[in-house]
Design a protein around this ligand. Structure first.
Ligand code: NAD
Ligand code: TYD
Length: 360
C-alpha cells in the first residue's frame, strides 16, 4: 500500500485530488493530508472520507520544520504531492510576503524533510519515492503572439508576486534534483475550474455574484485569455506523472481551452439561465446588466496557453471533460452547494471583497 502525503489537501485542487485518488484506488492507498487551514482551506470539502478510507488529516503548517519532519519520521511516506500554497494573484499584489513564506520557504521545508527521510547513507534515495510539486503555467509569463504556447522549455518570466514565488519554488525543486539527485518532478498546469473553488477566483465569483444580483467585475477590457481545465483532468495528470513520469522532469498540463474572460462570463450567465428553473427566485437576478468593467489588475498577464504535447506523448494523458460539460457540472455543483458558499463567504471574505473591489 502506498502512502501519499498531500499538502494543501483542504483547498480547491487538493481536495478534488483526494476525492479523485480514493475514487480511483479506494482502500488500496493511504492519504495523509497536511493543511494549515488558511482562509482557503475547508474541511467540509473532505467530510466523511476518514470513515470510508485510510485517510488522516493533520493540521500543520508546511513552514513548521519540526512538525513536518515529525510527520515524515512517524510515517513511511512514498509520495509527496505539494499543493499547499497561497494561490491568489490579487492577494499577492496586496501582500506579497506571505507568498514567499509559504510558497518558497514552505516548499523548501517540504523538500528538506523529504530528503532527510528518503536519503540513504551513501546519498542515494530509497526506491520508489517521489516528490511532485504542483505548479502553474503563470511562471512562464504572458504570451503576446496568438500562435504561441507555453512549452516545458519556455523560459520562466513571472510577473506577479504569486507567479514569482511559484517560479522560485519550482527552481528549488530543480536545484534538489540537480544537486542531490532528489526524486522530484514538477507539473505546470493552466487555470483549473470545478467544485470547491474559493469564490475569490473568477468562475465561482461570477456564479456567486450573478445568483445574488451583484456586479460582475471584469478587469480591464475583459479580453485577457486563460486556458481552462476541469480540475479532475488536472488530478488525473498528477496521478499519471506520479506513477510514470520521469524523475527530474517537468510536465505541462492543459487542455487547449483558451477563452477570454468576458466569454467565460457570458457562458456562465447563459448556463445559469439554462439550468435554473423558472420558479427559482435566483433566476431573476441573472442578467447581462450586472457586467461591470473595473480598473485592471496591476501587471495583468494578457494570455496563458499550454502546449500539453509532452504529457500526451509520454504518458498518454488526455483531458476528458469538454468545457461545455465541465462548466455545466460546475454551475450545478455551486447551485446545489449554497450552504458551502455561505460558509466560505461569511466573515473574512466579506471584508476581503469590500477592500479588493472598493473604488474599482
Ligand atoms: P487554494 O488556495 O484553494 O488551496 C491552498 C491550500 O493550501 C489551502 O487548503 C490552504 O489552507 C493550504 N495552505 C496555505 N498555506 C499553507 C501552509 N503554510 N501550510 C499548509 N497548508 C497551507 O489553492 P488551489 O487553487 O487548490 O491550488 C493548489 C496548488 O495548485 C497551488 O500550489 C497552486 O499554485 C497550484 N495551481 C493552481 C491552479 C488553479 O487554477 N487554481 C492552477 C495551476 C496550479
Ligand atoms: P483568477 O481566477 O484570479 O486566476 P489567475 O489570475 O490566476 O489567472 O483570474 C482569472 C482571470 O479573470 C484573470 O485574467 C483576472 C480576471 N478576473 C476578473 O476579470 N475579475 C475578477 O473579479 C477576478 C477575480 C478575475
Amino acid at each position: 500500500m502506498k502512502t501519499y502525503l498531500v499538502t494543501g489537501g483542504a483547498g480547491f485542487i487538493g481536495s478534488n485530488f483526494i476525492h479523485y485518488m480514493f475514487g480511483k484506488y479506494g482502500k488500496d492507498i493511504r492519504i495523509i493530508n497536511v493543511d494549515a487551514l488558511t482562509y482557503a482551506g475547508n474541511l467540509e470539502n473532505l467530510e466523511g472520507l476518514d470513515k470510508e478510507y485510510d485517510y488522516i488529516f493533520i493540521k500543520a503548517d508546511i513552514r513548521d520544520k519540526k512538525r513536518i519532519s515529525k510527520i515524515f519520521e512517524e510515517n513511511d511516506i512514498d509520495f509527496v504531492v505539494n499543493f499547499a500554497a497561497e494561490s491568489h494573484v490579487d492577494r499577492s499584489i496586496e501582500n506579497p510576503e506571505i507568498f514567499v513564506e509559504t510558497n518558497v520557504l514552505g516548499t523548501l521545508i517540504m523538500l528538506n524533510s523529504a530528503k532527510a527521510a528518503w536519503e540513504n547513507e551513501d546519498g542515494s534515495f530509497k526506491e520508489g519515492k517521489r516528490f511532485l510539486h504542483v505548479s502553474t503555467d503563470e511562471v512562464y509569463g504572458s504570451l503576446s503572439d496568438p500562435e504561441d504556447y507555453f512549452y516545458e522549455d519556455t523560459p520562466y518570466d513571472p510577473h506577479s508576486p504569486y507567479s514569482a514565488s511559484k517560479a522560485s519554488s519550482d527552481f528549488l525543486v530543480k536545484a534538489y534534483v540537480d544537486t542531490y539527485h532528489f526524486p522530484g518532478v514538477i507539473t505546470n498546469c493552466s487555470n483549473n475550474y470545478g467544485p470547491f473553488q474559493f469564490p475569490e477566483k473568477l468562475i465561482p465569483l461570477i456564479i456567486n455574484n450573478a445568483l445574488h444580483g451583484k456586479n460582475l467585475p471584469v478587469y480591464g477590457d475583459g479580453k485577457n485569455v486563460r486556458d481552462w481545465l476541469y480540475v479532475d483532468d488536472h488530478c488525473k495528470g498528477i496521478d499519471m506523472v506520479l506513477s510514470n513520469g520521469r524523475i527530474g522532469e517537468k510536465y505541462n498540463i492543459g487542455g487547449h481551452n483558451e477563452k477570454q474572460n468576458i466569454e467565460i462570463i457570458h457562458i456562465i450567465l447563459d448556463t445559469l439561465r439554462e439550468i435554473l428553473p423558472d420558479d427559482d427566485p435566483r433566476k431573476k437576478n441573472v442578467s447581462d446588466d450586472l457586467i461591470t468593467f473595473v480598473t485592471d489588475r496591476k501587471g495583468h498577464d494578457r494570455r496563458y496557453a499550454i502546449a500539453p504535447d509532452k504529457i500526451r506523448k509520454e504518458l498518454s494523458w488526455e483531458p476528458e471533460t469538454a468545457f461545455k460539460d465541465g462548466i455545466k457540472k460546475t454551475v450545478k455543483w455551486y447551485l446545489s452547494h449554497e450552504e458551502w458558499m455561505a460558509h466560505v463567504t461569511s466573515g473574512d471574505y466579506q471584508s476581503y471583497y469590500e477592500k479588493m473591489y472598493e473604488g474599482r
